[in-house]
Ligand binder design. Structure first.
Ligand SMILES: Nc1ncnc2c1ncn2[C@@H]1O[C@H](COP(=O)(O)OP(=O)(O)OP(=O)(O)O)[C@@H](O)[C@H]1O
Length: 257
């Protein structure tokens, strides 16, 4: 099967520091791959290179075989490569429903900029309500975004990403900063999205139990380099990974998450 996304020699240097170093990776469609690695390994930078927020010093990203080199982040989203919204993209004084409806509307603007072919307002509301239910925020439609708990805000961000209807979802630590009680709900949301069978998901996470539960495959970054890429079992059994990451640094990361 042709990979939906792949990188060739992907590299970025900040001054003298190589944050992502010659990474060759690929994944098939409708697959869930987690990216693990210690703090500073280059995971978020790798995401930013995929999404187009950063330009590589060397190498390239291919989406369905097409080079993304000349495309901005917005153009990549239009193609189907979507990066999760950060809190800053959420309008704090608007309700959950209004935020998701605006994201649905922005997809239509992105897709049909020229034709001005907007969905009717009612249809946009219906689509937004469907997504709010998918991320388990039903009952919170009319809550003001700024008053949501941290976990609920992350769910809102995921709903807004889903509203863009991209084939690939890049989820950067969806459980970051969450209380332990909030984590299972996010796990459920990602599982539900996976079960729709429509999305390719790349997930950065530190919570190993969650990674093992969800992932079809896991890639390990270490000092910007791709250390290993394989099934969860292969990664757990991989001696280099054990020594470099799971054995020594993993517990430290777990304590911080
Ligand atoms: N814009 C930048 N300018 C300079 N250095 C940067 C920049 N962005 C990232 N770095 C450096 O690149 C390295 C990789 O950072 P990155 O945030 O990608 O790691 P990470 O694996 O996502 O870490 P964490 O798990 O802590 O989020 C770090 O040493 C970081 O300081």
């Amino acid at each position: 099967m042709e990979p939906i996304i792949r990188t060739e020699n992907l590299t970025i240097r900040f001054g003298g520091h190589t944050a992502v170093s010659h990474v060759n990776f690929e994944m098939p469609p409708r697959h869930l791959k987690s990216i693990i690695g210690p703090n500073g390994a280059g995971k978020t930078t790798f995401f930013n290179l995929l999404s187009g927020e950063l330009k590589p010093t060397e190498g390239d990203v291919f989406f369905k075989g097409e080079s993304m080199a000349s495309l901005s982040a917005v153009a990549r989203t239009r193609k189907g490569l979507g990066r999760s919204f950060q809190i800053t993209n959420v309008f704090p004084n608007l309700t959950v429903l209004e935020n998701v409806r605006l994201a649905v509307q922005s997809k239509e603007k992105i897709r049909y900029q020229m034709a001005r072919h907007f969905l009717h307002y009612k249809q946009m509301i219906e689509e937004a309500e469907k997504l709010i239910a998918l991320v388990l925020l039903d009952g919170k439609e009319h809550a003001i975004a700024s008053q949501l708990s941290h976990g609920e805000k992350r769910k809102l961000e995921i709903a807004m990403l889903l509203a863009l209807d991209t084939e690939v979802l890049l989820l950067d630590e969806p459980t970051a900063g969450m209380s332990l009680e909030e984590v299972p709900a996010i796990l459920d949301v990602i599982r539900k999205i996976k079960q729709t069978g429509e999305k390719t998901i790349l997930l950065i996470e530190h919570k190993m139990d969650m990674i093992l539960d969800l992932s079809d495959s896991i890639m390990v970054l270490f000092n910007g380099k791709l250390l290993a890429d394989g099934s969860p079992q292969e990664i757990m059994d991989n001696e280099t990974v054990q020594n470099a990451y799971l054995g020594g640094l993993y517990d430290e990361n777990l304590a911080e998450s």
